[in-house]
Write a protein that binds this ligand. Structure first.
Ligand SMILES: Cc1ncc(COP(=O)(O)O)c(C=O)c1O
Length: 377
């Protein structure tokens, strides 16, 4: 069996043709395709505005510049990619790590306890982990009751929804972000997007994406003014052509991911010592499929399990190493927060292959390999 990664992109001939068309056109940097991609994303998610950028981390950085001030305290999860809380640090604000709940998402009830304890907390950065949507009722409640900013990191969750509210629609948040890294549902190679319903936020994001400058044609056709310290976080039309084409197949991608989930669930739900992170959720977009494994019961360490799987050409991944326990964060004084669920979660979980083009044969091989390794001792 060839190597089966934990995630990978699917590029069709149509995708390639759309990219070629842009390459043959006069415009290859941020231009008409970027705007078309933004409009298509707004339509898909139900947001008023979308700003596409060079990657999900840039989306988070720009969002933090818009939402936060220096020294603001921000509740966030240890169970995410580094970029979520790094983006809080980029603007001199302070992440406050809150434990997760059973499904891997930040525990919003614990967030409320923090908000009651510390009135100076200004925001929540919540991640819809693995594609499992955030509880929108709780986000709305916290936002209104404690007057805080809410950012939804939906890097895993494009296409998911909570009680009919689509991820990225920002019905109960100020901003939502996406990533289009190749392991995500749709890709632009590298890329990201920010959605919002707030016009001021939208306009500021546009400014910050490109050096904080704006053309002022009332002075001269070439005149530009810089009013903010911005960046070059632009994405190319080449990438956006790919994104537009990929977005057309997003629902198909998610449908196949759910089939894969149901098959994994059938194999693992009643297998002693293994359980899916959460029971099948029709509204999750399943970026990841995470298993909890009782490694002690199977008399194998998590590391050896991963190494043995790799020997059998099956890739898997840790999602995630707790951010607050990273050396950089420990140097800043983090790492001793009480996060018993996260600690337990980190010991027992592993993400197994999950992507649109995973064939039945490959999935059967993954399932057999996992069972063989765990049951050999
Ligand atoms: C939850 C989360 N947030 C943010 C990011 C950053 O996105 P990007 O890799 O596009 O910069 C990622 C990427 O892996 C992610 O998983």
């Amino acid at each position: 069996m060839n190597f089966i990664p934990y995630g990978k992109q699917n590029i069709s001939d149509d995708d390639i043709n759309e990219v070629i068309k842009v390459l043959k056109s006069p415009f290859i940097t941020t231009g008409p395709k970027a705007k078309e991609f933004e409009d298509a994303l707004s339509l898909y998610c139900g947001s008023k505005y979308t700003v596409v950028v060079s990657n999900g981390t840039a989306a988070l950085h720009l969002s933090s510049l818009v939402l936060l001030e220096k020294d603001d305290k921000v509740l966030t999860t240890p169970n995410s990619f580094l970029a979520t809380s790094n983006s809080i640090l980029y603007v001199g604000a302070k992440p406050v790590f809150v434990d997760i709940c059973e499904n891997g998402n930040i525990d919003l009830d614990l967030c409320e306890k923090e908000l009651i304890k510390d009135k100076s907390i200004k925001a929540i950065y919540a991640v819809a982990f693995s594609g499992n949507p955030l509880n929108q009722n709780k986000l709305r409640y916290l936002k209104d009751k404690y007057n805080i900013k809410v950012l939804e990191d939906n890097a895993h969750a494009i296409g998911s929804s909570f009680e009919g509210i689509k991820s990225g629609s920002c019905v109960n948040s100020d901003i939502s972000i996406f990533s289009f890294h190749p392991v995500k549902h749709i890709t632009t190679g590298e890329g990201g997007a920010i959605t919002t319903n707030n016009k001021d936020i939208y306009e500021k994001l546009l400014l910050l994406r490109s050096h904080g400058m704006k053309l002022d044609t009332s002075i001269a056709p070439w005149h530009y003014d810089m009013s903010e310290l911005g960046f070059n976080y632009r994405i190319t039309d080449i990438q956006c052509a790919l994104g537009i084409s990929q977005l057309k197949r997003l629902d198909l991608f998610i449908k196949r991911r759910k089939e894969i989930v149901l098959k994994y669930e059938k194999e693992f739900l009643d297998f002693e010592g293994i359980k899916p992170l959460y029971k099948f959720n029709e509204n999750s977009s399943y970026h990841l499929y995470v298993l909890r494994i009782d490694f002690e019961m199977f008399k194998i360490s998590k590391k050896d399990f991963v190494l043995n799987l790799r020997e059998l050409n099956v890739g898997c991944q840790y999602h995630y190493i707790p951010i607050n326990k990273q050396p950089f964060y420990k140097n800043l004084g983090y790492g001793t927060e009480s996060t018993p669920y996260m600690d337990e979660y980190y010991k027992s979980t592993i993400s197994i292959p999950m992507y649109y083009s995973l064939s039945d044969e490959e999935q059967n091989y993954v399932i057999k390999s996992i069972k063989d390794i765990l049951c050999q001792n």
